[in-house]
Design a protein around this ligand. Structure first.
Ligand SMILES: [Zn+2]
Length: 614
């Protein structure tokens, strides 16, 4: 543990420095007029914000954090600077807390852990999903149809009905849904419903008509239009989804702001204090900036642009600085190498076991991928490549290996999902310092589907977290919300058990790929922070890092079962020393207003610089 005395008390010295400076200035202007000097000095001092003289303390905690070496360490108190939101000291049982405190918060023996970090989510998608028709818990087509009818009746004003979350595998439908399935419920308004993985969508007939899709329409490359005879069936896969999605009127700024506020509340309620946003659009960036400007940015967002155009427009010549006290930064770009397994868009080296004429949809060719990667790497942008199938992973690895030879400094190449990897390719992650950004809950959701799509022989390198670690790879864990719930405790439980919420399958699926609780926890904290170049700010509780922490309702490290870990609930979520969410206070008058003392200064901190012109 660090010695508090080695941490400089910057505020005090800068306070005295400004006094001396003031004296010098007054000296030169009012030489010889002591009365005026004194008067001005007092008047000036009264205008200064009163300097904070002491730290804030979270006391009486059953605290756990990982240290720099990845070992679990205990603490009982967190002392932090309320001005910067950074930790000045961690206390353990034998330490006496200082007497002069700005405030003290008694954790009453509750377990306190670092704020959890989701290494792969879709920030605006989560809030929008919360505001649109949610079909994610429907168990049959009939149930989804009933939900659609109800939503249409309850929401008469939006002309388009947009929903998401269906899963025909879960419905046991044996086929994809079609326009006819929707027309029988809603025919007078366009309807567009995205599949749970976002890699397919179903439109009703009116939506196709308004989008100008006919029997003559060809699928764009990287996409597929399902047909009944010659006619489009209503189902659009991967890039073909844009044929319909582009016809949907875009959301108004107010709706976008509501969606982002919703996202923040949902994440904080799960104990998540930071997220890597995988595919930030220019409009998303502006929504988050507006929240930051209005001091309503309560989570930290590590942003990956959705396109080269966005990256260049927002960040320009290199990653942006950290903005708003370490709450926002665009660091890189999201790149798609393929689609998803569920919709058979994942690019496989051999045909799908359950569709022998299909091998998936590569979304970019080798030359295109290399060009995009080089363009990003040239300006030190961090690429995050979505690769699900074994062919897509091999393609991404090959491209990265070439670049890694040219840029051998600290680049932290990321592969998102890394879901199906040929076992022989696993060591290639470790060799090149590639981060495998994986989502434990995908494994439990996909298990039966993955067995069907891949057959028994290709499961060895599938969702292979433990093998990834043993081969020297670095793990970052996330949820891919809103594809899955952002609840990180469900992710931790899946990571240590390879079992779903119902405890299936007994003993765990491919149980040798389980990881330990510390390894799983690292995936959602230090690993996720490292993956976003943010380990100097977040991921651990230590001197100099932000006081981002969660008070939870049980001890997840004291021999907790996977069921207990899964049932864990956040009680309070603190970001930068500010209590940003409290369980039970969800219905407070303004759910976006920070709860508790407002202790983050309005002005940006010393580590902040504004991006000119944005
Ligand atoms: Zn995603």
């Amino acid at each position: 543990m660090n010695h508090p005395s080695s941490f400089p008390r910057k505020r005090e010295s800068s306070f005295f420095f400004s006094l001396r400076g003031l004296e010098r200035k007054l000296d030169s202007r009012f030489r010889g007029n002591d009365g005026v000097r004194l008067f001005l000095a007092i008047a000036f001092l009264l205008l200064l914000p009163s300097p904070a003289l002491a730290d804030a303390l979270i006391d009486n905690a059953n605290g756990y954090t990982l240290d720099e070496d990845g070992d679990l360490v205990r603490f009982t108190g967190i002392l932090f600077d309320p001005d910067t939101g950074r930790i000045t000291r961690l206390l353990d049982r034998n330490d006496d807390p200082p007497d002069d405190l700005d405030f003290r918060h008694d954790a009453r023996g509750a377990t306190v852990i670092p704020g959890l970090i989701d290494a792969h989510g879709h920030v605006m998608g989560l809030g929008q999903a919360a505001l649109t028709l949610d079909l994610s818990d429907t168990d049959s087509l009939a149930e989804a149809q009933a939900r659609l009818a109800q939503y249409a009746a309850e929401n008469p004003s939006p002309r388009w009905i947009v929903g998401r979350g269906w899963n025909h595998e879960r419905w046991g439908l044996g086929r994809f849904p079609t326009a006819a399935d929707l027309d029988s419920i809603v025919a007078d308004r366009p309807v567009w419903l995205e599949r749970v993985d976002g890699h397919a969508g179903v439109a009703n007939s009116l939506a196709m008509r308004e989008a100008g899709v006919t029997a003559a329409t060809q699928a764009p490359s990287g996409g597929r239009i399902e047909r009944t005879g010659r006619e489009p069936s209503g189902l659009f896969v991967d890039a073909a989804q844009a044929l319909i999605a582009n016809a949907i009127p875009s959301l108004q700024p107010l709706t976008l702001e509501e969606a982002f506020a919703e996202t923040q509340q949902i994440l904080l309620s799960h104990g998540i204090t930071a997220v890597a946003d995988m595919g930030t659009s220019e409009s998303d960036w502006q929504v988050i900036r507006r929240a930051g400007d209005a001091d309503r940015l309560n989570i930290r967002v590590i942003s990956y642009a959705n396109s080269l155009e966005t990256l260049l427009a927002v960040a320009g010549t290199g990653p942006t600085p950290w903005l708003y006290n370490g709450r926002l930064r665009m660091v890189g770009i999201k790149i798609y190498a393929d689609g998803a397994l569920g919709s058979r868009g994942a690019s496989l080296a051999a045909p799908y076991a359950d569709a022998p004429d299909q091998r998936g949809l590569p979304l970019i060719d080798d030359v295109g991928l290399r060009n995009l990667l080089s363009r990003a790497a040239l300006d030190r942008f961090q690429p995050a490549i979505h690769a699900i199938g074994d062919a897509a992973n091999a393609q991404a690895l090959g491209a990265i290996e070439e670049l890694a030879a040219r840029y051998d400094d600290d680049r932290r190449w990321r592969i998102e999902h890394a879901q199906v990897v040929a076992p022989a390719d696993l060591p290639r992650f470790g060799r090149n310092g590639i981060i495998a950004s994986m989502q434990p809950v995908h494994q439990t959701s996909d298990r039966l589907m993955a067995e069907a799509r891949l057959g028994p022989d290709r499961l060895l390198g599938a969702y292979a977290w433990n093998s990834m670690l043993r081969n020297g790879g670095r793990l970052a864990f996330g949820s891919d919300f809103p594809v899955e719930s952002p609840n990180p405790f469900a992710g931790l439980a899946a990571a240590i058990s390879r079992q779903d919420a119902a405890g299936q399958p007994p003993g765990g699926w491919q149980p040798h790929e389980r990881v330990t609780m510390s390894e799983a926890f690292a995936g959602f904290t230090t690993g996720a922070a490292y993956a976003g170049f943010a380990e100097q700010n977040i991921g651990r509780l230590a001197v100099g890092l932000y006081a981002d922490f969660v008070i939870i309702d049980r001890d997840i490290f004291d021999n907790a079962t996977p069921e207990a870990v899964r049932a864990t609930r956040a009680v309070e979520t603190w970001v930068g020393g500010r209590r940003s969410w409290v369980r039970g206070a969800e219905n407070a008058p303004d759910p976006n207003a920070p709860i508790g003392p407002r202790i983050v200064p309005e002005t940006t901190g010393p580590d902040d610089e504004e991006v000119t012109g944005r």
